[in-house]
Ligand binder design. Sequence first.
Ligand SMILES: Nc1nc2c(c(=O)[nH]1)N[C@H]1C(S)=C(S)[C@@H](COP(=O)(O)OP(=O)(O)OC[C@H]3O[C@@H](n4cnc5c(=O)[nH]c(N)nc54)[C@H](O)[C@@H]3O)O[C@H]1N2
Ligand SMILES: Nc1nc2c(c(=O)[nH]1)N[C@H]1C(S)=C(S)[C@@H](COP(=O)(O)OP(=O)(O)OC[C@H]3O[C@@H](n4cnc5c(=O)[nH]c(N)nc54)[C@H](O)[C@@H]3O)O[C@H]1N2
Ligand SMILES: [Mo]
Length: 773
Amino acid sequence: MRDSVGYPDSGLDLTDGFKPHTSHWGVFSARQSEDGLQVRPYAGDPDPNGIIDNFPGALRHQVRIAQPAIRRGWLERGPGPDDRRGRDEYVSVSWEKALDLLSGELMRIRDTRGPGAVFGGSYGWSSAGRFHHAQSQVHRFLNIALGGYVRSVNSYSSGASSVLLPQILAGYEDITKHNVTWEQIAAESQVVLAFGGMALKNSMVAGGSISKHVERGAMTDARRRGCEFILVSPLRDDLPAEAGAEWMTCVPGTDTALMLGIVHTLVTEGLHDQAFLDRYTEGWPVFLRYLTGESDGQPKRAEWAAAICGVDGLTIRKLARRLAGRRALITVSHSLQRAEHGEQPVWMGMVLAAALGQIGLPGGGYAYSLGAIGYYGRRVNDVPGPTLIQGRNGVSDFIPVARIADMLLHPGTTYRYNGETRQYPDIRLVYWAGGNPFHHHQDINRLRKAFAQVDTLVVHELAWTATARHADIVLPATMTLEREDIGYSTNDPLMVAMHRIAEPFGLARDDYDIFADLADRLGAHEPFTEGRTSRQWLEHLYEPTRASLEARGLEAPNFLTFWERGSLIVPQRPDDGGKLRRFREDPIAHALPTPSGRIEIFSSKIAGHGDADCPGHPVWLEKTDVPKPGVPCFLVANQPVTRLHSQLDFGGHSTAAKHRGREVARINPRDASARGIADGDIMRLFNERGACLAAAHVTDAIAPGIVQLPTGAWYDPMDPEEDRSLCVHGNPNVLTRDIGTSSFAQGCTGQLTTVQVERFNGNLPPIRAFDPM
Ligand SMILES: Nc1nc2c(c(=O)[nH]1)N[C@H]1C(S)=C(S)[C@@H](COP(=O)(O)OP(=O)(O)OC[C@H]3O[C@@H](n4cnc5c(=O)[nH]c(N)nc54)[C@H](O)[C@@H]3O)O[C@H]1N2
Ligand SMILES: Nc1nc2c(c(=O)[nH]1)N[C@H]1C(S)=C(S)[C@@H](COP(=O)(O)OP(=O)(O)OC[C@H]3O[C@@H](n4cnc5c(=O)[nH]c(N)nc54)[C@H](O)[C@@H]3O)O[C@H]1N2
Ligand SMILES: [Mo]
């Protein structure tokens, strides 16, 4: 059997008692025996990654949560604001007691303040199975049993772009999932200019499951055909060696200026595609007045750009000439918009692609976030997959996801979002299942103060993360290996029957069973469970896929056959280039879903909001967090190679990449030697918000003036009693700033900040993040 992108389905290795399973970081089979857990990657994956090797050491690790626990202060004094969170002890209790206390507290909040006092956004990646997806479970529970909750919108991934792109180009999914595919790049692109790169480490993962990693192969094929890759990034390995890329470093946060310099060159040299701009875009003349300096007195010449972004003027001009008249693809990574004014490079990248006139052609035009999150050639499955209905949320209030600390610290105050002035609600109870704010949120010392404000913080977790260590009620959840589920992602044709590999750890229970018991106490057992056991839910969620296969006359195995086989390959839609291709073919009949129906280089809607930090067309805006005395280096806090975010940071694959127990930070030889730092030394990174330790890797794969420390090392304060204690492990979010991208989108800005770095000469404090509580 061959699947739709032509790889033979070599299948899951189910010999020797191995059973099928999957994760956000790959399909595998596994066996738990007296020798521990063994995993085998899916044999059909041409480029499996090592992250699945975190499972064996993690499954029975001492940092797993064995029993429900209540924070002593909450147990003894009851709910209320308390700055002992993160400093207190825990008392183990029975499930009965924990669920009685929690349901009582939920009823108290519901009856005295209403569900609008509950924040249930519960942002986070949870685990891969579609039924036991903790975030879906908590939303369904709060809707059905409590009447709703204050939710969060958008993501930490794409906070700025997901608000912007639908207004200027097309729906977010149209651009990220039905646009330029890896197959098109392999076959058609002549030059790929990648802002922020497309690092292979990032395509190792995909939400829901990922069976094949195709990016390395596609780049190899493109390169062999003669396609040129140009990487604009602080890190050389943001494109793999296979791409043979030319590496240009630009000052972090200044890509917009570089793009303006390129477009200015195109226009002054008459290399831009005026016919495309006339036929397909809106507002080019307004933008042109800015580009030439007519509207602000500053022409955006290559030399002007050079002074800001550090790429010299001649190089910028040559780059513009190389792009013109060819099948050129401009890619902009998520990371560029996870920073102050993050809307601008996303918008300006689209304008650059429009000026080149390639949008809508195979392998050309504009791709956003390609290569972050493996997308299996980026095609979409043609049958419905399992989806858990979440019910109706009776509360309409929401926050942009990364504004959580502002909300908790400043209830009642106003903020701008998407052209509106909104007010933060007064939250008394926060419920988290399947996410780790002490991983994902910025300025952790501020976040600790924010969590001190609430009456109650509830966390379901499989391990004692920093978030669990700040909670009032901690409920131990099973991890994916300990339950049955269906693994599925809309872009991956392999649906996986996730068999149970191991028994639950300690007294851990499935999130679903915990919520079912809570729903019972709240009088909502039947509506929440619909009378189904977990296994019955899986059968129920599988049925739409089976029915759709049958309706198409395709082989449609019943649930038990699917379960026994372990996997199922579903058909995918052919790649038709999506909305952008159809728009190119006929811009009237297939107008874009933007206000004008065209590509909006100028947006009257956004201009109408009147927010100076996101005007009506892309502009270069000075940044407020730039290197200066005291904080002379940029910090790039990007995604980690050896894990997904903070998940299973205690697993063997993740810990093996640490040095002396610390997360490894990369630093250029020039910056290292100026500070007497040698490879392998421990460094202290600090700024006014906080400080952390990290082990130094001295390498010229990072540009001078920049230090890179990936996210995901668990927050580990040396002295939790202290206010801004040193994180001894290397969590960069003690350093990052907690501000929105702009008043328009209010996205997360965690990718970049500024720091000072020094050699750490003291006694090395122990790592305690992975100790049992
Ligand atoms: N500085 C900086 N910060 C960033 C970023 C950055 O670039 N720089 N990137 C941001 C981005 S893009 C993202 S998406 C976020 C990611 O942030 P998160 O999604 O919050 O990070 P994860 O570590 O995936 O958190 C998932 C948590 O769910 C738990 N979990 C897994 N399975 C289950 C389960 O079945 N039940 C329960 N109850 N829990 C489970 C895991 O143990 C883990 O603690 O981080 C953001 N933070
Ligand atoms: N292995 C692994 N893969 C992952 C994840 C993970 O945790 N682990 N997380 C997944 C998730 S949730 C997401 S949203 C995506 C995130 O996808 P991205 O946000 O694109 O990923 P990052 O690795 O944070 O950033 C990519 C690169 O951008 C570069 N960069 C940073 N700032 C700038 C800048 O100002 N200009 C330029 N030109 N380059 C810059 C950095 O060198 C960085 O390596 O990744 C996904 N993939
Ligand atoms: Mo993300």
